[in-house]
Design a protein around this ligand. Structure first.
Ligand SMILES: NC(=O)c1ccc[n+]([C@@H]2O[C@H](COP(=O)([O-])OP(=O)(O)OC[C@H]3O[C@@H](n4cnc5c(N)ncnc54)[C@H](OP(=O)(O)O)[C@@H]3O)[C@@H](O)[C@H]2O)c1
Length: 238
């Protein structure tokens, strides 16, 4: 069986998902921008997984891949073997508005998601098998713009188009996407409790998705053979 490759696996949901698969004895490759940091996080996750006393001892590797420099992606991924699950979750934050449009930030984030994600799939295509699956991360800002989401809303909507074209081009490999509302316990929101409270008040369940909720939904999309070309919202009924 091939490995689980998580592009953007050094923090947040990517890191939680890496732990999910390691805990189940699956070999994982995580990437971030810095090789040393990625290697350190991989070692930390593998040590935690071994502590759960799995029958199979999984391996975890960390690699440096910068999605904002797509021409270098194929070389950075050259050492990866067969891939069973491919997760594209990396993001850089951007608060753009049309009134104060920051072109450099917009180009960087748009390149990262809409070119970088494609370039990763292109580079790893020959290492996927018919039973492999791919998961792309977007967000509900595609449907619900907010002040500062000009680029984020645009790229998240783009992820739906990307999912559809990849599902056709890679068939029978399954390609799904997950679009979450603000994740309550995400490291990014840790120092912004008022924003988290405001966001939670806008759902029918009066709570926000947790990392555990999102990991559970991601694993379903990745592992359930009946799910293909699904753009799943995880938003607690926004
Ligand atoms: N958190 C939320 O509340 C929320 C809400 C809506 C949607 N989402 C979506 O969910 C996904 C995960 O969000 P998160 O908050 O869990 O992310 P996060 O904790 O900010 O982690 C981002 C990951 O992306 C990597 N990364 C950053 N810049 C990169 C680049 N230029 N090239 C390659 N990798 C890069 C980071 O690695 P290094 O820092 O090690 O380089 C890190 O592993 C994102 O796609 C986001 O759009 C999240």
């Amino acid at each position: 069986m091939g490995s689980v490759v998580i592009i953007g696996g050094t923090s947040g949901i990517g890191k939680e998902l890496a732990q999910h698969y390691l805990d189940r004895g699956r070999s994982v490759v995580i990437t971030g921008r810095d090789a040393e940091r990625a290697g350190g996080v991989a070692a930390e996750l593998a040590a935690a997984a071994r502590a759960t006393d799995n029958a199979e001892v999984p391996s975890a590797h960390g690699l440096a891949v910068d999605l904002s420099r797509p021409h270098y992606i194929a070389a950075a991924l050259a050492g990866i073997g067969p891939v069973d699950r491919l997760v594209l979750v990396a993001i850089e934050r951007d608060m753009n508005t049309i009134a104060n449009y920051d072109i450099d930030k917009a180009v960087r984030l748009t390149t990262l998601k809409l070119v970088g994600y494609h370039a990763v799939v292109h580079a790893l295509k020959s290492r996927l098998s018919p039973d492999s699956s791919v998961l792309l991360f977007g967000g509900v800002a595609k449907d619900h713009p907010y002040e500062g989401s000009t680029t984020v809303s645009t790229i998240n909507a783009g992820v739906i188009g990307m999912m559809r074209t990849l599902a056709v081009e890679l068939a029978p490999i399954r390609v799904n996407s997950l679009h979450t509302w603000m994740i309550e316990d995400s490291p990014f929101w840790r120092d912004k409790p008022e924003t988290v409270k405001w966001a939670g008040s806008h759902t029918l369940t009066h709570r926000l998705p947790t990392s555990a909720d999102v990991v559970d939904a991601a694993a379903l999309l990745l592992d359930n053979p009946g799910l293909n070309a699904v753009g799943l919202r995880v938003d607690c009924g926004m």
